[in-house]
Design a protein around this ligand. Structure first.
Ligand code: ZN
Length: 479
């Protein structure tokens, strides 16, 4: 007995030692980089006026091509050096080409989208959502963060560089979709065109992560989160049909009842928790920068992984990182209270972890619903080209990491999984280095402004966005 206790005691000590050693030896993956050059002669005030004018264009999805065209006209009018770029129009997007001197080099591909989501309650806004007002050091309006700031900052950066006499060796492509928030057909068409031309991109950079502060608990420094993979999104429709009739003589289950039961079962059976490679990378990179307690847990997932997962699962925002999510978003049944429905439907919106196929999601849905009278079908949407993660130790990530460090020297840079979807998913066939990061800044509470009320950008932050893109364009050029 004594001997057994001794063995158990020794084993526990050993485990404790391993936990400690792993926590203490966590090596930072941050790299120092040269500071970005200041934007000499750059007129931030004039640039902000152009962004404000862009925000005033109400480019919601059904705005029509003319309004999008106005956006490019105002950019071209305000930034004469952009005449150097070639413009090519697509039905739902525009691509600008800034030709490099060496056509053998793979181009840098910068993405953004010109459309914005509609505004639900304009009266709730402090300043009108399409007013483009500049108040208290902020520029207010829909698109100020998502994603007109990226689009305009990229063009500002190009114009400024041209004005400085800079000529890239490596071609720079700017591809702007006009329906990112709805169907993504614009980006898909541009990607098709580039694929048909045989283009391979050196690096693809789209929106996704930003520089955050006070958003990730336990770390005070700013954290720049760079998307290395993203979830897929698609919807499934459940349909039950019946003969109908008078509600005074109902069968035990109506069509609406069947669909309701199916929906309840789906909510009662969430997807299992899972660390995808992107989530693992996030924790690996973040751990060394965290206080001891969190570092101990994140570095010892071999033992404490279950506890870490449970922590993630506790809140919808973090749970989305570790599971395929199920959101019942639409329901419909009979036309009137006393009529048995002939048809009832529900729509379930799934956000699918990398590594899980749409077929697997459909299959699992059918298994859970287990009712031959409820039809399960996928609603059409464009799937991602490839289900791949960009290697955070690869040259693409390094380039973006260095550009971030050059402009935001205090920020910790970490790879992560984007839980929304971006246009980048259409471009994954063009490069092994597809990243999702826009150099905007998100403080506590700011995440709710995106697609929500009071979207705004701090004026000084916009200058840093332009500086970031200029720095990146220069730094991906060969010596
Ligand atoms: Zn966006």
């Amino acid at each position: 007995m004594k001997r057994a206790l001794k063995i158990v005691g020794a084993a526990l000590l050993l485990v404790a030692a391993v936990l400690l050693v792993r926590a203490v030896t966590a090596e930072s993956r941050q790299r120092s980089a040269s500071a970005a050059a200041p934007l000499e002669g750059f007129d931030l005030d004039a640039a902000l006026e152009r962004l404000a004018a862009a925000i005033r264009l109400r480019t919601v999805a059904d705005a029509g091509g003319g309004l999008f065209d106005e956006l490019y006209i105002l950019a071209a009018d305000g930034l004469p050096p952009l005449a150097r770029l070639q413009r090519r129009d697509f039905p739902l997007g525009v691509m600008f080409t800034w030709k490099g001197t060496d056509p053998t080099l793979e181009p840098l591909l910068l993405l953004a989208h010109a459309d914005v989501v509609p505004v639900d309650r304009p009266e709730a806004w402090t300043h009108p959502p399409f007013g483009g007002r500049r108040v208290e050091g902020f520029l207010w309006g829909r698109g100020a963060l998502d994603d007109k700031a990226s689009l305009m900052a990229q063009l500002e950066a190009a114009a400024w560089l041209i004005g400085q006499g800079f000529q890239p060796k490596r071609t720079v492509l700017f591809a702007f979709g006009h329906d990112e928030e709805t169907t993504g057909k614009g980006a898909a068409a541009i990607a098709d065109h580039l694929e048909a031309e045989g283009v391979r991109a050196h690096l693809v950079l789209d929106e996704g992560g930003m520089v955050t502060q006070g958003v990730i608990p336990g770390i005070e420094r700013p954290v720049a989160i760079v998307g290395v993979a993203e979830k897929d999104a698609f919807s499934v429709r459940l349909t039950a049909e019946d003969v109908g009739g008078h509600a005074s003589m109902p069968p035990p289950h109506t069509a609406a009842g069947r669909v309701g039961r199916a929906v309840a079962l789906l909510e009662a059976n969430p997807w299992p928790l899972e660390f995808t490679p992107a989530a693992e990378a996030f924790m690996d990179w973040l751990a060394p920068e965290m206080p001891f307690g969190q570092r101990l847990a994140l570095r010892n997932r071999w033992l404490l992984g279950g506890a870490v997962k449970a922590l993630y699962a506790g809140k919808p925002r973090t749970a989305a990182q570790v599971r395929t999510t199920t959101a019942v978003t639409m329901l419909s049944g009979g036309p009137q209270a006393n009529v048995l429905p002939q048809r009832a439907t529900a729509v379930v919106n799934y956000r699918v972890l990398p590594g899980t196929s749409r077929d697997a999601v459909l299959e699992r849905t059918r298994q859970i619903v287990k009712d031959p009278r409820v039809q399960v079908e996928a609603l059409p949407s464009i799937p991602p080209r490839r289900d791949v993660m960009t290697d955070p130790d690869g040259p693409g990530f390094r380039a973006v990491q260095a550009a971030i460090a050059g402009v935001f020297p205090d920020a910790v840079v970490v790879p992560y999984l984007v839980v929304g979807i971006t246009d980048a998913r259409h471009y994954t066939g063009l490069s092994d280095h597809v990243l999702r990061f826009a150099p905007g800044f998100l403080g506590p509470g700011d995440t709710d402004r995106i697609h929500g009320t009071d979207e705004r950008i701090r004026e000084a932050d916009y200058g840093r966005m332009v500086q970031f893109y200029a720095h990146l364009i220069r730094s991906v050029q060969p010596e």
